[in-house]
Design a protein around this ligand. Structure first.
Ligand code: HEC
Length: 252
């Protein structure tokens, strides 16, 4: 082996180790404080509604429980992103109660949550490893609202078709959610994505792309009426393409 090749192999191994470390300690996407405030307030109200529905038990618990847990984990990440340790830790407790199917305790813990926001991001503390969180739950808010999701996939596609207007405030909430869900997605490569380095890299890339496109969309939509509607339409299509790319390769 030449020295150059040995050096290359060494640095690739180092790089792989580093990538592993960074993905294990996934940091929240950098979005403006205003965006986080908007989505956190929306999702705190949504969390309480979802818990109340899941608490009816049976089919409702099955359908709304997973999204309720994901909403709690999203709020935990909004807390981490905005320097709000009380929100982060309180939201993880809600997720743990939902995981234990104790919806009464989850409801009480969710009522105690408050959105302060506006601070510097906290050091990542391994949120993806908490409350037995997993990929199926991360994908759950994308489902239709009738089956317990947040209707994200349908809203995204209707905005692309123009059957639902791409109202800037609605776009901002949608893409803050997809950015944070993208961060969690990166932490949970499924079995097929984990069989070799090339598959892992693809999983990582599509998750990161999902975050990057979401951030660009937030920047454009935050301009309100002054935003470029054509650019927003283009980016919404690109976001949908990232979902499809990963699904075509890794979803059964
Ligand atoms: C990096 C890969 C990846 C990305 C990116 C991704 N998904 Fe998924 N998604 C999956 C996999 C894998 C599954 C199957 C999960 C399972 O049930 O085990 C899935 C499942 C789903 C489901 C079905 C959930 C259910 O329980 O019925 C929906 C809906 C969904 N994804 C929507 C989206 C949308 C919308 C986006 C983009 C905004 C997206 N996904 C981005 C990998 C991905």
């Amino acid at each position: 082996m030449t020295t150059r090749l040995r050096l290359l192999v060494g640095s690739t191994a180092l790089l792989a180790g580093f990538c592993f470390l960074t993905s294990a300690a996934a940091a929240p996407p950098t979005l403006p404080a205003e965006t986080y405030k908007k989505v956190a307030e929306t999702d705190l109200a949504q969390l309480q509604e979802h818990i109340a529905t899941a608490a009816k038990g049976g089919q409702d618990a099955k359908r709304f429980g997973p999204t309720a847990k994901t909403l709690a984990m999203m709020l935990a990440m909004y807390g981490e992103a905005t320097g709000d340790a009380a929100l982060r830790d309180g939201a993880v407790k809600v997720a743990e109660a939902i995981q234990a199917k104790d919806f009464a305790a989850a409801g009480t813990a969710a009522k105690a949550l408050a959105i302060k926001g506006g601070g510097k991001a906290l050091a990542p503390n391994g949120l993806a490893g908490k409350a037995k969180f997993g990929l199926e739950e991360v994908m759950s808010p994308f489902r239709g609202s009738k089956v317990g999701g947040l209707n994200i996939e349908k809203d995204l596609r209707e905005m692309i078709k123009g059957t639902t207007p791409a109202d800037p405030a609605a776009v901002q909430v949608l893409v803050a959610r997809t950015a944070v869900l993208g961060e969690y997605t990166a932490s949970f490569p499924n079995e097929k994505a984990s069989i070799n380095a090339s598959n892992k890299a693809k999983w990582e890339k599509w998750s990161k792309d999902m975050i990057d496109v979401s951030k660009k969309l937030d920047a454009e939509a935050s301009k309100g009426k002054g935003g470029d509607a054509k650019e927003i339409a283009k980016l919404l299509k690109l976001l949908d393409a990232k979902c499809s790319d990963c699904h075509n390769e890794f979803r059964d």
